[in-house]
Design a protein around this ligand. Structure first.
Ligand SMILES: C[S@@+](CC[C@H](N)C(=O)[O-])C[C@H]1O[C@@H](n2cnc3c(N)ncnc32)[C@H](O)[C@@H]1O
Length: 288
């Protein structure tokens, strides 16, 4: 691959998805794009670059972004964010939303669906009271192919063995030799849709909880800052943001502050300063 081809594809990926790809990842680029060359009858990466320069060519452009994004995920990934939700965040919200009985949660880079399904299982198993509430789980991702998989909710034995307690497997999945499928009623509790975090997402409305986990790590600093700012506007005043284990708002956003007792859980900075712990529950009215 020539330096010019690499530079073009790197800029293309940054513009389209936010993904930063450095020279030392050239081998990765070459390996991952090989099947796209075959699929599109292209003889070389230079020919692919020529195609990417054309207006249109949507399919191949999507394929390139898809091939380069990392979709690694698992059920109850890292566990502690789900424990924080189960033990503190959700009970507090149930108390504060008792009048409206409305809860909105967004999984902002949901990959193949394990994150939103983990949430849905955790809510169903621990909070029967929510049966009488309007609970919306919106799950979005840039990649149409991972969203197709997420909607199907079909996972291999290997995937269900990563992080999923056996009792949950039995309760929430149907066996579909050799795989497992999330039961229809649970699949129906989640709305999956394509969404690029680089674009305006105000159309989604506001949420009580946003999980934006293990995606900001792939972006540069200005992009992280911009996305965190836009997410802050999507979270209600007493709502929460959960980031991945290697991510933080530090040096990126003044909008959020971490909750003292819950690692990786953030609230609006003004709200957290006023009530830095979850007990007693955060006040309903926002600090302006
Ligand atoms: C590593 S996965 C994280 C999945 C899950 N949140 C977790 O923590 O296990 C990152 C996901 O971010 C998605 N992604 C990458 N760039 C994106 C963008 N600009 N907008 C929305 N999603 C994006 C990828 O398609 C991928 O599925």
């Amino acid at each position: 691959m020539t330096g010019a081809d690499f530079a073009f594809i790197a800029q293309f990926l940054k513009d389209r998805s936010g993904l930063i790809i450095t020279q030392d990842k050239m081998y990765l680029l070459e390996t991952r794009l090989t099947s796209i060359l075959r699929d599109n009858n292209l003889s070389s990466l230079t020919a692919l670059v020529e195609l990417l320069r054309q207006p249109g060519a949507t399919k191949v452009k999507d394929q390139v972004v898809d091939a380069m994004t990392t979709n690694e995920t698992s059920f109850f990934r890292d566990n502690h964010p789900f424990e924080a939700l189960r033990k503190s965040v959700i009970p507090g919200l149930i108390e504060r939303r008792a009048a409206t009985r409305n809860l909105r949660i967004w999984s902002a880079a949901c990959s193949t669906g394990q994150e939103p399904y983990s949430l849905a299982m955790m809510l169903k198993d621990n909070f029967p009271v929510l049966g009488g509430w309007k609970v919306e789980i919106v799950a979005t991702d840039l990649s149409p192919s991972v969203l197709d998989r997420a909607r199907e909710g079909i996972y291999s034995t290997f995937e269900v063995q990563r992080g999923l307690p056996i009792q949950m497997l039995v309760r929430h999945f149907d066996q579909q030799e050799p795989n497992w499928q999330i039961k229809r009623e649970l699949r129906q509790t989640i709305t999956f849709r394509a969404l690029n975090l680089l674009e305006d997402f105000s159309v989604l409305g506001q949420f009580d909880v946003v999980l934006c986990r293990n995606v900001l790590i792939y972006f540069d600093q200005p992009t992280k800052t911009r996305i965190l700012g836009a997410i802050a506007r999507r979270i209600v005043p007493d709502g929460f943001l959960l980031l991945g284990g290697a991510e933080s708002v530090f040096g990126l956003s003044d909008a959020f502050a971490g909750l003292t007792e819950l690692k990786g859980v953030y609230g609006h900075a003004k709200q957290v300063k006023a009530a830095p712990t979850l007990r007693p529950p955060l006040p309903l009215t926002a600090a302006s």
